[in-house]
Design a protein around this ligand. Sequence first.
Ligand SMILES: C[S@@+](CC[C@H](N)C(=O)[O-])C[C@H]1O[C@@H](n2cnc3c(N)ncnc32)[C@H](O)[C@@H]1O
Length: 238
Amino acid sequence: MNPRKNLEYKLFTTGWNAYQAVLEHDYLWHSMAATALNQLLADRFGTTIPFSFLDLACGDSATTSAVLQNFSLVNYVGVDSSPTALIEAARNKNGLGLNPKLIEADLLEFLANDQVEFDVIYVGLVAHHFGADNLQHFFDLISKRLKPGGLLIAYETFLLPDETLEEHINRLCLIIRYLWSEMPPVFKRNIIEHATTCDLPVSMAVWNEKTAKSGLTDTQIVMKSPDRLCAMVISSWK
Ligand SMILES: C[S@@+](CC[C@H](N)C(=O)[O-])C[C@H]1O[C@@H](n2cnc3c(N)ncnc32)[C@H](O)[C@@H]1O
């Protein structure tokens, strides 16, 4: 495994406690993301229309499970490369409908090899690791796994319109150092190490250009975090 991959993997396996603390303190605004996701799904499916839901890089599935429990007959598949995350996800299975599947796999390999199509593909805080160069391949694969009219919903970190990657990482590190006040210093260090090595977010303009190139349409922002680190973006497959 290359050093970058190794660090990325480390935070979400042996270092899972640090990410767990982020979730517990809601430092990456998962509660706001959950509210936005709930509203999108309610607008689209109501509470009675069944739909299938692919949760890419599902982590502990806590956010999606809290939302999906409000909908009936959800067919859920969660994919993550971390066995630690999937052990946590198994604890949150109750909200994930009948017979949820949790699959340990690299999400790009899963998308390339699996043939099943979904009504909704949800991506939570993983696509910013791909960088502009690999995003197109990611969206191409996603577009092949969406049913006609299906939705890609992504909750991701983004560069601000006039922000360089270096400025973004500096901003993130300042937020972590000064605003994540309940976080033990060792966890802060682990997350800063991870972010400075692994994070390659793109701007919304680049995201839009690449989704459009893969045939995804109507891309729009449905929620922005108050610190402007994260946003939820939705696109449709024709
Ligand atoms: C920041 S966490 C996000 C988890 C969850 N989606 C959330 O919003 O809390 C990133 C997750 O992506 C997983 N991950 C990273 N790269 C992956 C890949 N190539 N394939 C599958 N999972 C991956 C990690 O194991 C981790 O659980």
